[in-house]
Design a protein around this ligand. Structure first.
Ligand SMILES: [Zn+2]
Ligand SMILES: [Zn+2]
Length: 454
């Protein structure tokens, strides 16, 4: 049996008050307790404050635990400096978060606790803390097997799939559907499983959730609200239902509630989502996660496993010794400039091209580690460049990530490209922060698949 307790369910900003009493106002924090008693905490939003107090009151110091952080946006780490077990000497904590290529959780958390922001520094905490920088892959904590998977968000974000005692829990927060369906054009949301035209990253997301006993999913918006929030990195609740249905999950906890959604509005959202399940003929159980709610999950076994990663999630890479070369090709100079400005802070060596032939020539001569190509660039079409590279005699070009940028990223427009070897589609217009996070994900995946080490 695995016990789950929600200590914070809100997204973006803590919203205590009379209108959020039932579902809670604290930001993301979930306690997971497998049968062996191992303490696993998912995210350290403001909900972690009460968890910390409860841990000291029940078990007493010292406390041994593992904290998995999806990403370091404030709503996921704001409870960290107020998490009491960290102040107790003798306590031991292992902290995990997305990292690699010179990005370290320790530095980010230390930044949050600099003198300007907080009176106690990270080094002054009494607990012994070990930091673990993660990429997509696998790790284990005691008897719990964990698979990590990148979300689509303006910061590099990992979802966590935990399997323990035959129970699978997937924590998938701060994620925007990759296809970014065009509102009002019919084919909204992730299509059903098995549809061959599905955006490849959507398929991977569904595989990540596959067969889970409990999916805790970002459900910040509604489909009606989404058009004004494109690029903010969140899922409409109705699409969270579609994901969970396609993944044949048993339960879906709507999570990361919008700060503006009060208790009554959340009740209506749950009703809407339940109707969606009924319309689809599904048996998925849907509820909105409420602060203080406890679930006890028994293992069922016999579920679909996600694609086996066979990659260790933990990395110890430093800053790359040589700036990785990335090719950006678009005939619109404002797009090129926006990409260059967005990516330069990450220490990349950026090459640019304004037409297809130039892009292909630069690709062959400079061998970039990643290419971002406009799908309708003058001269060669983006997909033709991909075909040419995938057919090259040099094996380097068979797998190097090539991403096409397009205003039409719906499944009907991307299927042929994926079949031709396109790595991913980046929908236009894009938010610079989202591109920056996607580029980091592609580079880290590239490092892992090629064994490239910095
Ligand atoms: Zn968040
Ligand atoms: Zn976030």
């Amino acid at each position: 049996m695995v016990r789950v307790r929600f200590w914070g369910t809100r997204g973006s900003l803590a919203t205590p008050g009379p209108t959020t009493l039932r579902y809670g106002g604290n930001t993301s924090c979930v306690e997971v307790r497998p049968a062996d008693g191992t303490l696993i905490v998912l995210d350290c939003g403001t909900g972690a404050h009460r968890l910390g107090q409860a841990l000291l009151a029940s078990a007493g110091p010292p406390v041994r635990g593992h904290l998995l952080i999806t990403h370091t946006h404030w709503d996921h780490i704001q409870g960290f400096p107020f998490f009491a077990p960290l102040f107790v000497s003798g306590s031991q904590w292992d902290l995990y978060a997305p990292g690699g290529r010179g990005h370290h959780l320790e530095a980010t958390l230390a930044g949050q606790m600099e003198y300007t922001y907080f009176p106690v520094t990270l080094e002054q905490l009494g607990a012994a803390i070990r930091f673990h920088d993660l990429i997509e892959g696998e790790l284990s904590i005691s008897r719990t097997q964990i698979v990590t998977h990148y979300m689509n968000h303006p910061a590099l974000t990992l979802g966590y799939r935990l399997e323990s005692d035959g129970v699978v829990i997937v924590y998938a927060l701060d994620h925007e559907p990759h296809g970014r369906a065009q509102p009002g054009k019919g084919d909204v949301g992730p299509p059903a499983a098995g549809v061959p035209t599905m955006h490849r990253e959507e398929q991977r997301h569904i595989e990540f959730l596959a067969g889970a006993d409990l999916v805790i999913h970002d459900a910040q918006y509604t489909v009606d609200e989404y058009p004004k929030k494109i690029g903010w990195g969140h899922t409409p609740a109705e699409w969270a239902v579609d994901y969970a249905l396609a993944a044949e999950a048993k339960r879906l906890a709507l999570f990361h509630h919008d700060p503006l959604r009060d208790d009554d509005a959340l009740d209506r959202l749950v009703e809407l989502c339940r109707q969606r399940v009924v319309s689809a003929g599904g048996r998925l159980e849907v509820f909105a996660a409420a602060e203080g709610q406890v679930l006890e999950l028994e293992g069922q076994g016999g579920r679909a496993a996600p694609r086996h990663r066979q990659v260790k999630a933990e990395v110890t890479d430093g800053v790359p010794a040589v700036a990785p070369t990335v090719l950006v090709a678009d005939d619109d100079p404002t797009v090129v400039q926006l990409l260059v400005e967005s990516l330069q802070p990450d220490g990349l060596h950026l090459l640019t091209a304004a037409d297809g032939e130039t892009a292909l020539r630069i690709a062959r001569s400079e061998r970039p580690v990643l290419m971002l190509l406009d799908s309708h660039i003058p001269g060669l079409e983006g997909v033709d460049i991909v075909r040419s590279l995938r057919g090259d005699s040099d094996p380097y070009f068979w797998s190097v990530p090539v991403v096409l940028m397009t205003a039409k990223a719906g499944p009907e427009n991307t299927a042929a490209g994926f079949a031709a070897g396109v790595t991913d589609y980046l929908p236009k217009p894009f938010a610079p922060a989202l591109v920056r996070a996607r580029v980091r994900a592609w580079l880290l995946r590239g490092d892992a698949s090629t064994g490239r080490r910095m």
